[in-house]
Design a protein around this ligand. Sequence first.
Ligand code: FMN
Length: 289
Amino acid sequence: MEIDTSSFGTVDALARWDDAHLLDAMEARHSVRSYRDKRIDADALRELQSVIDGCNEAAGLSFTLVADDPSAFDGALAHYGSFRGVRNHVALIGRKGPRLDETVGYYGEQVVLAAQLLGLNTCWVAMTYRKRGAARTMPGEARPAILALGYGETSGASHKVKPVTSLCRVPGGPAAMPEWFAAGMRAAQLAPTAMNQQAFSFELVEGEVPGVRARLGLGPCAKIDLGIARCHFEIGARSVVALAVGSGAISRGVCRTRLTIGEAARKPRDSSGSRCRAARGSARCGSAR
Ligand SMILES: Cc1cc2nc3c(=O)[nH]c(=O)nc-3n(C[C@H](O)[C@H](O)[C@H](O)COP(=O)(O)O)c2cc1C
């Protein structure tokens, strides 16, 4: 299996928010399946549409926002999946191909984080929705998942997450983890995954230019999950150190992300000397949770 990741690496559609806000959105986000009977505010809808346009432009996708139409969550499957009152969704559509699922994960999660910052709640849905009620695909396209969207009855609840140490491999062990990698992993740890499997893993590859290898887990949504986790990882890592990401085709379920570390002095340092996100305090810098 080949996964071409060459167009990844910029988290392009979220440029209007700084990393501190994006990291806060990751912490605040939980899957929400019950929604209030309230139309999405026109300004929020416009902003979200522009993020979706950004995703479509950056990656040649056809993400489609469907507002005020409950058809995708009308059927028995949606009820089985405990969805209630879903009147809006984003259909994550793109051209069929070996990289579609991971690309959908990477860009779909940008829509999720934007929605969270616009006061909305979301849930990734690959299985439990009515396929015929969702935005249509054109010939040659597929829709690996959709996002339920709206104002939640609640803002959801935290779920158990695996410790960072079981989601990554670092030569020399966890104590040798560079701060940028630890920050990337803390963000990846918060990434939603199908059935909360968290089967992905990231490996630090040492060298003159450090690299990151992201590994697929098992399961029908593994590639989508990996794309979501990569989106989180990149935002976390770049919040600590400037990085350039994206290096091309990788094989056998492993993608390698080239990181160029530079301009690190732009980031403030905490009292221990390690670089740390300005808006989030220094307590968590350097420690994997
Ligand atoms: C790719 C993907 C597909 C998912 N599909 C479904 C689904 O079909 N039905 C559902 O109820 N939840 C679905 N979920 C939501 C997950 O169950 C949820 O993200 C996970 O349990 C973690 O919970 P959290 O999002 O609150 O952190 C999906 C999540 C992902 C990432």
